[in-house]
Ligand binder design. Structure first.
Ligand code: URP
Ligand code: ZN
Ligand code: ZN
Length: 473
């Protein structure tokens, strides 16, 4: 069995940071302690560097058909980008099959993910509810999929009425499953969108103007109230507004088992980005808000009021008519240009899976907004706990998978497409100087990123079946 000894790094955990050695045997961490000895092990001197658990991103959309195209990272390219950014586990969402059993969706996504380069798991979207789907939800547990996503927006496409969301929550409670919620007000969005188009407003900024923060604030509280009445836990994805964090605090203070996630784009950017000539790059749902919202989300992270920073990685090309080079091959996938004449046709989503850790470290830890321990909790341990993977993932403990980052807090890069490796032609943080980057990344004891070198492989990632009864934080 291969052995690896990381000497004298500073281990960062949600509880404390301390200097220790880590001995990896095969795929798992065998020992953590001082002055470890292993004569046959490969030794890496980690002095002056940090050792972090591999990132866990519970919210990505890979190879997802939408808006007449498909998200431009698949289960290899997105995984590779994640790994370069220090993330070793991702979870992506299976669409509800248009007809037929949910099981068919799982089969389709398992086949897509055969090329996985890091470890992965799935959530199941529930976007139609009938007696058959109700009966099938508990059977998802047999497939290792104990988490469901429901939508209060995207009328006529993904949205469920509140009564159906309540029913999903009841089923979830009965079977120990966790429901994830997209919280926006679909009816208001539909009305405002029709009015904007009728008035001739077609530019990207109208995407944000037709999806007001009030809708997310109100929908988040409505979701929390439904969950409380069903006696079920709820995880609200991609929170954008300070008011959503306020509602989350209110709901938790009143006994609702609700948790919340935000994403780097909602911490760093505002609606003003969408008003630029290249505003389509920033079009995602829900949209970016204001500088005040950015600040209030940072404060909520620092106060421990939000549990996770994920990405909602759902990339598209800005100009999908012009190929980029990807691993030596030209690659172009229709993207944001589809909405050049009408903001409602811009594919919703943006690239971030490879940016999450470097951006959150630089903007968060580096600027004193969160501590390094909070960074590890938000990006690795908390999502591993909430989604039932802890302590296999999200931990630097004997027995944990050896998903390890050698992190250089002093390494600086001018960020952009070249660093993040996402398969698209732009990066939201292009030209921004980031300090604090992964230097080496191990997945289950195997070195997959070494500086700028990719050592991972198609098929090297494993499916992670998860069980009911995830932890509430
Ligand atoms: O714009 C986004 N976020 N696209 C992905 C789908 C979703 O709602 O998470
Ligand atoms: Zn969503
Ligand atoms: Zn999403």
């Amino acid at each position: 069995m291969s052995a690896l000894l990381l000497k004298s790094g500073r281990l960062v955990t949600p509880q404390r940071s301390y200097t220790a050695d880590i001995l990896v045997e095969g795929e798992t961490i065998a020992e953590v302690g001082e002055n470890l000895r292993a004569p046959d092990a490969e030794v890496i001197d980690a002095a002056g560097k940090l050792i972090l658990p591999g990132g866990v991103d519970p919210h990505v959309h890979l190879d997802l058909p939408m808006f007449g195209t498909v998200s431009s990272d698949d289960h290899y390219t997105g995984h590779k980008a994640a790994a370069f950014g220090g993330t070793t586990t991702v979870m992506d969402f299976i669409p509800t099959p248009e007809s037929g059993p949910l099981r068919a969706g799982i089969d389709e996504w398992r086949a897509k993910a055969e090329k996985a380069a890091i470890d992965y798991s799935f959530h199941m979207n529930i976007t139609r509810l009938d007696a058959k789907v109700e009966a099938e939800i508990p059977r998802l547990l047999d497939e290792g999929v104990p988490t469901l996503k429901v939508f209060m927006a995207y009328n006529g496409r993904l949205r469920l009425p509140d009564g159906d969301i309540f029913r999903v929550l009841q089923i979830a409670r009965e079977h120990g499953m966790l429901t994830l919620l997209h919280a926006e007000n679909g009816d208001v969005i539909d009305r405002l969108t029709a009015e904007a188009l009728a008035a001739g407003h077609t530019e990207p900024v109208w995407h944000a103007r037709t999806r007001p923060a009030w809708g997310a604030v109100e929908a988040g509280l409505r979701g929390a109230a439904l969950a409380a009445q069903a006696g079920a836990p709820l995880y609200i994805v991609h929170m954008t507004a300070g008011g959503e964090a306020d509602m989350l605090r209110y709901a938790r203070q009143h006994g609702a088992a609700v948790m919340g996630e935000t994403c780097p784009q909602y911490l760093c950017f505002t609606e003003e980005r969408l008003a630029r000539p290249d505003g389509a790059r920033w079009v995602c749902s829900p949209p970016m808000r204001t500088a005040d919202d950015n600040a209030r989300l940072w404060a909520a992270l620092a106060a421990g009021e939000l549990q996770v920073v994920a990405t909602d990685h759902c990339p598209f090309f800005f100009d999908g008519t012009t190929p980029i080079d990807y691993e030596g091959q030209p690659s172009a996938i229709p993207g944001k240009e589809l909405g050049a004449a009408d903001f409602t046709k811009i594919p919703n989503g943006l690239p971030a899976v490879g940016d999450r850790l470097p951006v959150l470290w630089s903007e968060g830890v580096g600027k004193g907004r969160i501590t390094e321990s909070q960074f590890v909790a938000l990006t690795s341990e908390n999502p591993a706990r909430i989604f039932g993977l802890y302590p296999r993932k999200g931990a630097l403990l004997p027995g944990s998978d050896a998903d390890i980052l050698l992190w250089d807090p002093g390494r600086t890069a001018t960020w952009g497409v070249a660093h993040s490796r996402q398969r698209t032609d732009y990066n939201l943080w292009e030209g921004v100087t980031l300090t604090g980057l992964p230097e080496k990344v191990w997945l289950r004891g195997r070195l997959i990123v070494d500086g700028e070198q990719w050592l991972g492989r198609r098929g090297g990632g494993q499916f992670l079946p998860r069980r009911a009864g995830a932890q509430l934080l």
